[in-house]
Write a protein that binds this ligand. Structure first.
Ligand code: ADP
Ligand code: ADP
Ligand code: ZN
Length: 218
């Protein structure tokens, strides 16, 4: 059982790599972004409260996301957790350490995905996903084989996120550098930090990740 955090700015490739790890290693992906979007579309009170904040590109409160993760840790099993987009602040990192300890578990590795800002703009503005199975695509780097049809499940429900525009991305990047990037120093200090070159091709990034995971498991 290996528990990892994928750490990186919006568009770094966290979701893409998490899905591969789920498929190849039977790990469980816990994406706070996906959980929040689910709450948004299901129209819960919490969903309504966070919708505007998310669309603007700001972070929602630690209290809300910590609560979401706590709920999932109680129920989800599998071959280790992939924390995708969580923690994003130092208080969230502290909360995660405590929550894992509570279930008799711990963090094994934090993988920082390094990508420059210019590439992030291209990644975010070209991103679309399958509304049915969650597969992540890109207009240029990962198009569907048949236009308008998901390769994985055949659904035609392909969509773009409300916050995937240059305006919101600017705010998201500021939030990342101000509030999330300090976690790189934090996890360097705890000895858990590994870095991959997120600019490499998708399969190459996956190989870099696998090497880290295999090293952790041995
Ligand atoms: P990306 O794929 O661009 O990194 P996510 O899907 O992880 O984005 O998150 C989308 C939005 O959801 C964020 O911009 C933020 O508003 C909210 N969000 C997701 N995770 C967190 C978190 N751990 N803390 C605070 N806000 C979060
Ligand atoms: P994050 O979850 O970190 O926000 P995603 O996994 O959603 O990032 O990826 C953002 C966009 O970039 C998607 O359109 C995805 O298809 C594309 N992408 C992901 N990894 C790579 C890569 N290594 N090279 C080129 N494009 C990529
Ligand atoms: Zn699909």
């Amino acid at each position: 059982m290996t528990n990892i955090i994928l750490l990186g700015p919006p568009g770094a490739g966290k979701g893409t790599q998490a899905r591969k790890l789920v498929e190849e290693r039977g790990m469980v992906q816990l994406s706070t972004g996906d959980m929040l979007r689910e709450a948004k579309t299901s129209g819960t009170e919490m969903g309504k409260r966070v919708a505007e904040v998310m669309d603007r590109g700001q972070l929602v409160t630690d209290e809300i996301v910590n609560g979401l993760i706590e709920e999932k840790l109680k129920t989800a099993g599998g071959n280790g957790f992939i924390f995708d987009g969580f923690p994003r602040t130092l208080p969230q990192a502290d909360a995660l350490g405590k929550l894992l300890a509570k279930i008799g578990s711990k963090l094994d590795a934090v993988i920082e995905m390094r990508v420059d800002d210019e590439a992030l703009v291209r990644r975010i503005t070209g991103r679309f996903t399958c509304g049915n199975c969650g597969e992540v695509y890109h207009d240029e780097t990962k198009p569907t084989k048949v236009p308008g049809t998901c390769d994985v499940c055949g659904s035609h429900d392909l969509k773009r996120r409300a916050d995937d525009n240059e305006d919101s991305l600017k705010t998201r990047l500021m939030e990342y550098y101000k509030k999330t990037s300090p976690l790189i120093g934090y996890y360097y200090a705890t000895g858990d930090l590994f870095t991959v070159d997120g600019l490499a091709e998708i399969d190459d990034v996956a190989r870099q990740m696998s090497a880290i995971l295999d090293q952790q498991a041995s």
